[in-house]
Design a protein around this ligand. Structure first.
Ligand code: NAD
Length: 256
């Protein structure tokens, strides 16, 4: 691991357009479970129920969704950025970060201090919601209040009665085209592409390292478990995102 940290620090110092790509693994040390690790979300819920079609198509689907969301949102809301989020925000301050492309919806990169315009969210943001009919925006905190204090179990728009949905992408739902295009563009123009805490099996997000690699970027993977891209990476640092990224940052700071 020490050799990997040294290499990543040196690559970061030399890079002209370093891009970081994060997945659920960057937030597990903040107490937000990922989907695939033991004890993760998929051990407790059936992902087939969490589809866009079920959500917009049936009241039962929405009821189930909100039953889960009612309990999972407070975990996300009270979670604090961990050393990995803080290290990535610090890379920005050191002018060592072109942008952070994330699959996460937890807002922790921004809360760690990364400016909004530096974060490209491929799967949306769980702190906001909107009415699918009239477009009225609601904060997810407000929706949580309807669930917890007003006894609502399937939130509807107070203005028009339409379906209220968080700004997160469900299975079967198209990804936000603007964010995907921007992420692809940044991945292709990166000279260093660092994956942190992603299984790299969720597509189309997992095409991003391939775009970067094909365009000539050096590929680094920091993850607790092996990924399908490890064989194509220049550096693989197995380990916890918080520990590895913090160590990389310390080393970067001390490089002559
Ligand atoms: P994933 O659940 O498929 O994989 C997470 C990866 O992170 C795994 O390979 C795991 O071994 C690794 N990991 C776990 N803890 C780690 C740590 N401390 N340090 C380093 N690696 C660690 O996650 P994914 O690839 O991001 O895809 C799942 C999808 O679920 C994402 O697209 C995301 O939208 C969504 N999701 C988001 C959150 C969140 O916002 N925090 C949480 C769960 C799921």
């Amino acid at each position: 691991m020490t050799e990997g940290i040294e290499r990543v620090a040196r690559l970061l110092r030399a890079a002209r357009r370093p891009v970081v790509f994060t997945g659920a693994g960057v937030s597990t040390e903040s107490g937000i479970p990922d989907f695939r690790s033991p004890g993760g979300v998929w051990d407790r819920f059936d992902p087939r129920e969490m589809t866009y079609q079920n959500f917009v198509g049936t009241e039962a689907g929405r009821r189930k969704y909100w039953e889960i969301g009612r309990h999972s949102y407070p975990v996300m809301r009270t979670a604090q950025p961990n050393p990995a989020h803080l290290a990535i925000a610090e890379l920005h301050r050191l002018d060592r970060l072109e942008c952070c492309i994330t699959q996460n919806v937890d807002n922790l990169h921004q809360r760690a201090g990364l400016p909004e315009e530096k974060v490209i969210e491929l799967h949306g943001n769980a702190t906001r919601a909107r009415c699918l009919a009239c477009g009225a925006p609601y904060s997810r905190d407000e929706v949580q209040r309807w669930l917890e204090e007003e006894g609502v179990d399937v939130p509807a728009c107070p203005r028009c009665g339409g379906i209220v949905k968080p700004y997160t992408i469900l299975f079967g739902e198209p990804m936000p085209a603007g964010a995907v295009e921007e992420a692809e563009r940044r991945a292709r123009s990166a000279d260093l592409f660092i994956v942190v805490g992603s299984s790299l099996v969720v597509y189309p997000a997992a095409y991003m390292p391939a775009h970067a690699r094909h365009a000539g970027a050096t590929l680094v993977i920091v993850n607790l478990t092996p990924t399908p891209y490890d064989a194509h990476a220049d550096v693989v640092v197995p380990g916890k995102a918080g520990e590895v990224m913090d160590a990389v940052l310390q080393r970067l700071r001390s490089l002559p």
